[in-house]
Design a protein around this ligand. Structure first.
Ligand SMILES: C[S@@+](CC[C@H](N)C(=O)[O-])C[C@H]1O[C@@H](n2cnc3c(N)ncnc32)[C@H](O)[C@@H]1O
Length: 197
């Protein structure tokens, strides 16, 4: 009996060798990266663009000294549980514009996961890079859709093209090839390594 239930559950989630991918497979990975940065004293400010139900934000935000959440959906903003957090009910463009040129804030870790269309992903990336602290990391979701059916706007979108065209060529970046993909970009702190890339 027990074995039959076990087989049923297994079959529900696996068809042959194809595993059904979950929308939250990225969370433990981002959490571990954030934990590493926090442990070494390099996680003052965490920013997440696109919160949804807070699956990632509510796990990662408490690790930072201060966390910032941005989403256009009021229900997403309501999901935020962390105390050390400021939330912004607006689109990502307005968030960056609203920071203003005189605001010195820079982020040590930025997770980009808002609008997944190429033009938006590209803008979010450059705006984020400008506000990234030296040695900071940007993590971008959905850079490795399993197949074409996952490139619909409500799934991974076509944002993955930004990685192929620009990012991997011009920045210090690595793409983790598990579905739906995470790309990690570092902003080198050139002050430590003069003459180093
Ligand atoms: C894929 S979900 C985020 C998932 C979340 N990061 C997680 O890991 O659980 C995308 C979210 O981005 C928000 N969003 C879409 N376009 C946006 C934009 N231009 N600016 C801000 N938020 C946006 C949506 O409302 C939605 O909540």
């Amino acid at each position: 009996m027990l074995n039959r239930i076990k087989r049923l559950i297994t079959n529900l989630f696996q068809i042959g060798r194809f595993r059904m991918y979950s929308k939250t497979d990225h969370v433990p990975i981002i959490y571990e990266i954030a934990r590493g940065k926090a442990k070494s004293g390099h996680l003052d400010n965490y920013l997440e663009l696109g919160i949804a139900l807070g699956a990632c934000f509510n796990k990662v935000a408490p690790l930072a000294k201060k966390s910032f959440a941005v989403d256009t959906n009021p229900d997403s903003i309501k999901c935020i549980k962390a105390d050390n957090c400021e939330s912004f009910l607006c689109d990502t463009d307005s968030f960056f514009k609203g920071l203003g040129a005189n605001n010195p804030i820079h982020f040590d870790l930025i997770f980009i996961d808002a609008n997944h269309q190429k033009e938006f992903v590209e803008k979010d990336f450059y705006n984020s890079y400008d506000r990234l602290a030296p040695d900071g990391l940007i993590i971008m979701h959905d850079s490795y859709p399993p197949n074409e059916s996952y490139t619909k706007p409500e799934l991974c979108g076509n944002g993955w093209k930004v990685f192929d065209i620009h990012i991997e060529e011009h920045f210090e970046a690595v793409r983790l090839p598990f579905y739906f993909g995470l790309t990690i970009i570092r902003k080198p702190d050139t002050s430590h390594f003069e003459g180093w890339k």
